[in-house]
Each structure stands twice: as C-alpha cells, then as structure tokens.
Design a protein around this ligand. Structure first.
Ligand SMILES: [Zn+2]
Length: 138
C-alpha cells in the first residue's frame, strides 16, 4: 500500500467515526436522552423519539442538496449528479410530508451547522426536544 493510499484509507476511517449522525446521537445520549435508531417509520429518520413522535434527520449537505457551500455540484457527470441529487431532495420532501401526515414532528440537522457551529446546533436541537417534554435525564 502506498503512502498516499494509506492516508486516503485513514481519512476514510476517520470520517466514518465522526459521521454527523453518530456525533449527534452521542451528544444526546451523554445529555441523558434515550432515543431509537433504525426505527422503522417513513424515511427511516436517524434519531426517533417514538413516544413524543419526534423524528430527527441528520442530513449531509451534498446528498440532500442543501444549497450551502458544501453542496456543490460535481463538474464531471454533471447531468447524472443533478438528476440524482434533485431526486434526493424531492424524496426528502415526500418523506417530510408523509411523516407530517402521520403526526410526526420533524427536525433536520444539517451537516454544515454541525461543522461550523457545533455547540449552537446541538443546543438548538436539545432545546427543541426539551420543549417537547421528553427529557429523561434526572
Ligand atoms: Zn449545508
């Protein structure tokens, strides 16, 4: 394995460990919140509070076409990516409106907020959950 390959592998491992959804889950867990992951409802949200019907999505800016500086369109295969990412965005909208119909409250955390204002972003999320009265911390 060349040094370049090794460092590429390393960065891939590192980014896997700090995936945004893991980061958010760990934060909430450390603050005493108990939630469900892989909860089988529309759109498979990243974090679910079943009793209070809160569904939390942690969206990568690129894949969900956030429109911020992290969601730039690739220059090669432009048409392919435009179609793919636009489909993702449409699917997100469908999922959101279906969950809404099913009585779920939806909160979306964007990768860029987490990257750039981690503390504020996590506090905002926590306040949202807290205001829905599901703090299990003693
Ligand atoms: Zn973003």
């Amino acid at each position: 394995m060349s040094r370049e390959q090794r460092s590429r592998n390393m960065s891939r491992i590192r980014s896997k460990n700090t995936r945004p959804e893991i980061d958010v889950r760990k934060y909430l867990f450390s603050r005493g919140y108990r939630y469900r992951v892989n909860y089988n409802i529309t759109g498979k949200p990243d974090i679910v509070f079943p009793k209070k019907k809160i569904a939390i999505f942690i969206h990568g800016c690129f894949w969900h076409l956030h429109g911020c500086k992290y969601s730039t369109m690739p220059k090669t295969n432009k048409q392919f990516w435009e179609n793919k990412l636009n489909r993702n965005k449409i699917r997100d909208k469908i999922v959101e409106s279906r969950l809404d119909d099913e009585g779920w409250k939806i909160y979306t955390v964007w990768e860029c907020e987490l990257k750039e204002e981690r503390e504020i972003c996590l506090k905002k999320l926590e306040n949202y959950i807290k205001n829905k009265n599901i703090c299990y911390a003693h």
